[in-house]
Ligand binder design. Sequence first.
Ligand SMILES: [Fe+2]
Length: 293
Amino acid sequence: MEFKHLRLESVTPALGAVVHGVDLDTVTQPAVYEEIKQALWDRQVLFFRKQKLSPDSFRRLGEAFGTPEVHEYFAHVEGFPQIQKVASDGTASPYTDRWHADVTFRARPSMVEVLRAVELPENGGGDTLWASMGAAFDGLGPALQGCLIQLTAVHDLPWSFRKNPYLGKQNTPEEELELIRKHPPTRHPVVISHPVTGRHTLFVNAIWTKRIENIDPRLSDHLLAMLADWVQKPEFQLRFHWEKDSVAIWDNFATQHYAAFDYAPQPRLMHRMTCGSAAPGAAARSGREGSAA
Ligand SMILES: [Fe+2]
């Protein structure tokens, strides 16, 4: 892929590129954002170093990928409700130290996320890992692909919160009902066709996916555990070491991520935008079962 404004340094064959030649704080040409988008759809996660972004520039960058969202639970930067503060004080697991995609409990999850390192732990920890769910699907082979492509899964926030031992809060029945009312379970295909690239992509994850429909619950548990194990294969992954003012942009439909929690008790603060929500569509059941990208 040739670019006029960017220079890309690939990270692994499966995914990732470090982008050179762009100062995200001073971008004025739509053509630059257009190239960043093309690079993102191709590499699934992009990294930029030494980006001193003002909140306005950060917001502009996020808006290039669609309407920014206001998150249900994160605090935000003052005056910028679209810029979420993702903070850990380092004493308890932030519950993101497992492989997942974000907000798949919504009918229209965020497709693009932008994360910027504001305050990092002094021990050098707090890396983030990403894995390509297109590569994970490709690696399954045609027999399993053909089976999984027929299945639908339930994603459920209240269920996920209930089984999370780290949150430590026991809801009253009324609070629980309110949570369920606000976040009813949602259904997504186990394999989606990526909304932009059309690539067949695994779309179940270890935080939000409760069960696979229309099969015995025990089989559902085993199948989800098998897929949760499969997506951890190192060939599908990369690991990114943050520096202050590093920026990552990732495709939340094409990847899963894992926030390494190895910095307790030091604090870590990131600023995040989530943009361009979409309804994940089912992959076609006939024809080519592999990558369409
Ligand atoms: Fe996450």
